[in-house]
Design a protein around this ligand. Structure first.
Ligand code: MN
Length: 414
């Protein structure tokens, strides 16, 4: 297996998000290539169908159909042993020590495309989407603001990773504009509700994992088995309309305040690529039930940041620096809990972490927390301030190895 210090005959500057040790999967197109699976290496995109056509994937059990599909689902249907073997093979082909492709300029012309010339698409057709609520600092902040500061966590929170089923088909790839939602809100408790553009539009800094097929409906997946069913991760912006959410969520939970759009980064970073970043999770107290127990390092040290860029500006204000390790519940526990009742899982399902807030100010993952419900506005470089997101603002989330997810807010259509 290629390690972090292995180099490629493709030049990749130090500190680049996409070294040979990463090799994430995505779906790209160009003027003369239809949307198809690719991998990212430095500033190049590798056309997997071209390598297949050249006979370089023999013995991997891959068909031309799978590697020319407009989503990664058919590849993921083949399961983790196949995607791992494919990534190992591509790493070997691009390693400095391998001449197989390095000395074949004719093949390089067919299999390499400049990243600046591609259009990125949704990497998977998301079948089902679940959003968890697994950062303790986020749950505490929200509990303090809206309920009782002395009892910020609800009684179930430390016993299971709570979540809800969201809308899969409104998840869009980075760069897709998001329209400010219209909706019903009740701005004042003494007044009747009104209908209009959301006034409290927010982001939520999250990560999401993409699954392989699970087991048959009725069978559960243990924490020890969970990683065999996880393909990889993306950055995830769970756009949220706080005023719509606040009025509608009782008693059935998030609905129109959430389902107007979520944005993801285009490259799926495999779980294997993140192996060196594993760290121990927090001590869980009270002790969890047996089906949620796990062994070993469950968390990942992935620094995360969020920048708000006002309309017309090339840079803005970084409003959050957090880290994926600030999670209470880990992905194994989330997957074991999700399937504990026999709920099934399909290749291409997406499960988001919930807002990832750290313990201190500056590491909060939503404007709701950063501006503390609008009471502490953030100063922008252009002299304006933000409590929530304005029309024309672009929100960019970044992480090493992941690149970025960005989205601009368009005015509401009333
Ligand atoms: Mn969320």
């Amino acid at each position: 297996m290629t390690n972090r210090t292995s180099t490629s005959w493709i030049d990749v500057p130090p500190g680049h998000d996409f070294p040979l040790a990463n090799l994430p999967f995505g779906i790209f197109s160009t003027a003369d290539r239809t949307a198809r699976p690719g991998m990212r290496l430095g500033d190049q995109v590798i056309d997997l169908s071209a390598l297949q056509a050249a006979g370089l994937f023999e013995g991997l059990g891959l068909s031309a159909e799978v590697l020319s599909a407009s989503a990664l689902n058919p590849l993921m249907k083949l399961g983790k042993p196949t995607t791992v073997a494919l990534r190992v093979r591509v790493q070997a082909l691009f390693d400095s020590d391998s001449a197989e492709l390095r000395d074949r300029p004719d093949l390089q012309a067919s299999c390499l495309v400049s990243a600046s010339s591609v259009t990125m698409h949704m990497p998977v057709e998301v079948g089902d989407y679940t959003d968890f609520y697994s950062s303790e600092d986020h749950a505490r902040n929200v509990g303090k603001m809206f309920r009782d500061p002395e009892n910020a966590l609800l009684p179930n929170w430390k016993h299971m990773p709570v979540g809800y089923h969201g809308r899969a088909s409104s998840i869009v790839v980075s760069g897709t504009p998001i329209r400010r939602p219209m909706g019903q809100t009740r701005p004042s408790v003494d007044q009747p509700p009104v209908f209009g553009p959301s006034r409290l539009l927010d982001f939520e800094l999250e990560m999401a994992f993409v699954t392989f097929d699970g087991k048959t409906l009725g069978e559960r997946i243990t924490t020890a088995e969970a990683e065999e069913h996880i393909f990889g991760l993306v950055l995830f912006n769970d756009w949220s309309a706080r005023d719509i959410q606040k009025w509608e969520y009782v008693p059935l939970g998030p609905f129109l305040g959430k389902n107007f759009g979520s944005s993801i980064s285009p490259w799926i970073v495999t779980l294997e690529a993140l192996d060196d970043l594993r760290v121990a999770g927090p001590k869980q107290e009270p002790e969890v039930l047996d089906y949620l127990k796990y062994e070993g390092d469950s968390h990942y040290d992935v620094p995360l940041e969020v920048e708000i860029i006002p309309e017309g500006d090339s840079s803005g204000q970084v409003v959050c620096r957090s880290n994926f390790r600030h999670m209470y519940w880990n992905m194994r526990q989330q997957l074991a809990h999700h399937t504990a009742n026999g709920c099934n899982l399909r290749a291409g399902d997406m499960m988001a972490s919930g807002t990832i807030s750290g313990p201190e100010k500056g590491s909060f993952g939503s404007m709701l927390e950063i501006s503390w419900r609008g009471t502490q506005p953030v100063a922008m470089p252009d002299g304006t301030e933000r409590k929530f997101i304005q029309d024309g603002d672009t929100v960019v989330m970044r992480a090493p190895y992941f690149g970025e997810v960005s989205g601009v807010i368009l005015p509401a259509q009333d």
